[in-house]
Design a protein. Structure first.
Lengths: 340, 340
């Protein structure tokens, strides 16, 4: 993985200044255009035409603690829903012209092979992170590696923009634990209501997360974090980010689960940060804590808290727009427009 | 123009609750889906497939007061740029799959007929609103009517989503004046730096706007406001909103110029408000004042201050997404997904 190309970033800033618009008037799109130029190591950067959403699904042993009102079987049922095209992420991906690949990163049921599904699992249910590691270090390393190879293969096949999404009943619990562990914020600060839980369950969830984080050695590296706190889909998504970045592909991250994966990826390779685009600001408090830690400013803020990559995929047109501005807009000179 | 259909809105809220997602987890998209259902008077509402950006251009006599560093000729030069496809709005419209029609609402130069251009002008330069009306009441009525008919004709031709955009050197001045007049906020509160002016010019601009507003009878109706404070493109855009709403087409409004037009339209027919979707929060303070007055919550907040409909058109995918969710997502029942 290489650092963003500072010459391309400077060229983008210079080009923005000559385009037929008041200086700086495209706000965040200009900043994003500079980042895309740095990633592509050229200005203008290519306009992404083959976006792919990777929706990784996994199950979580910690739900034995009662941190969610949803039954575990929903994870697998939603995998079926994704493959049938009926979930929110399918609708939103169609709207923005993105493909979807579903990853079984560790769903707790037998999984027949089907079109649109990549089965990358090494286990079916993580350990209960309140009392034990989510998985072994070898399993975490293997999942990160499988996610990385998936992204590399897709990039080699022409995918030029990745979006990370997740499905996993209970997965805001490991995500908040990772955010708390990496950012140093208290479990209370970073734990939210997930899919909608009451005050009593929330207080219990905070206690479970505090125990999970408290169990961890304070000097864990990225794989250690994924191993101790989980989950399977988070490890795969961290790998997807590393693989995408390594292949020079921008990666739009979704909400708190994707951001927990981003923290794991960042602990493995800090350079990955430059390749990440924050799609939206999830309502989960852990998302904002992770965004701040990573120095990412989200493009959208629509009070979403669904996961699946729903908030990430909605940012795809904005990434295309930012690249398109640099690639296709006329300059004052070329259009014969007077300057002030 | 009819009120939004409350039965369709209720049906949308009920449908959202049965879709395969946690209740309320799509945030603003759910609220928008209800509005679109109310506009279409059915649930699910159609997914817009023929969005059109109307970019209305006009020139402003008030620039004689020195409220902008840009020369007036830029308005016409940018019309040429729009028609050549090299402006920001062209790039962004291509990204989201929208068409663009440019309206000469009153540009201060001869205007040959060209493809993609609608010449609706009744004059070439508004009066200097610091000391005189922008145009006669008859001219204002004629421009609103021409804008209305343009929208009606396009809707009859299949356009199912409108976006309003503007071009006009100096047009943040009449816009801020209208916002101040209608909302009752002081000129200082609602006047911004437009395309980027310094402190001295800003203070002068506030004084010019205060004089313009102070000149007006306090009981002006919508046409009176457009006549006294201008501008040509604002009158046309007010008509576009009224025509779109009358034809049952949602209208995405852009920044402060479009919002000033929305205030004029609202003073002509308050029901228009239900058909408006705020595309983004412009950096101009008058935009936020108008949004609050109209009770509109913007979808995007990207620090844009360009105009042309740039912030509006970026919201097109979000409108499609909101309709798509209602039209295409599976329910818990249909997908066989367990509920909590």
């Amino acid at each position: 993985m290489r650092e963003l190309d500072s010459q391309a970033i400077a060229a983008a800033a210079e080009r923005q200044a000559g385009l037929t618009k008041p200086a700086g008037s495209l706000g965040e799109l200009e900043r994003l255009g500079e980042q895309l130029s740095g990633i592509a190591a050229c200005c203008p950067p290519p306009i992404p035409s083959r976006p792919l959403v990777v929706v990784a699904a996994g199950d979580h042993g910690v739900i034995a603690e009662g941190v969610t009102p949803w039954p575990q079987e929903v994870t697998g049922q939603m995998v079926d829903n994704f493959l049938a095209g009926g979930a929110a992420i399918n609708v939103l991906a169609r709207v923005v012209g993105a493909d979807v690949v579903v990853v079984d990163a560790g769903v707790n049921r037998p999984q027949p092979e089907r079109d649109g599904l990549a089965i990358l699992k090494v286990g079916r249910l993580t350990g209960n992170i309140r009392i034990e590691p989510a998985m072994s270090r070898d399993e975490a390393a293997e999942l990160v590696d499988r996610g990385r190879r998936l992204a590399e293969e897709r990039a080699a096949g022409g995918v030029d923009l990745l979006v990370t999404g997740d499905m996993g009943i209970g997965n805001t619990t490991p995500s908040a634990a990772i955010v708390s562990y990496v950012t140093g914020r208290s479990p209370q600060e970073v734990t939210g209501r997930g899919t909608g839980i009451g005050d009593e369950m929330l207080a219990h969830k905070v206690a479970v997360i505090a125990d999970a984080v408290g169990r961890c050695d304070p000097s864990l590296d990225g794989l250690g974090i994924a191993s101790q706190l989980g989950g399977y889909e988070i490890a795969v998504l961290a790998g997807v980010m590393l693989g995408g970045a390594g292949a020079g592909v921008p990666v739009i991250v979704d909400g708190v689960i994707s951001l927990a994966a981003a923290l794991v990826a960042y602990r493995i390779e800090p350079l990955v940060r430059g390749y990440l685009v924050a799609g939206h600001r999830s309502m989960e408090p852990g998302a904002s804590a992770a965004l701040e830690f990573l120095g990412l400013r989200p493009l959208l803020d629509l009070n979403l808290r669904l996961g699946e990559g729903s908030g990430g995929v909605l940012a795809v047109p904005l990434v295309k727009a930012a690249a398109g501005i640099l690639a296709e807009m006329a300059t004052f000179d070329s259009a014969g427009v007077s300057e002030k």
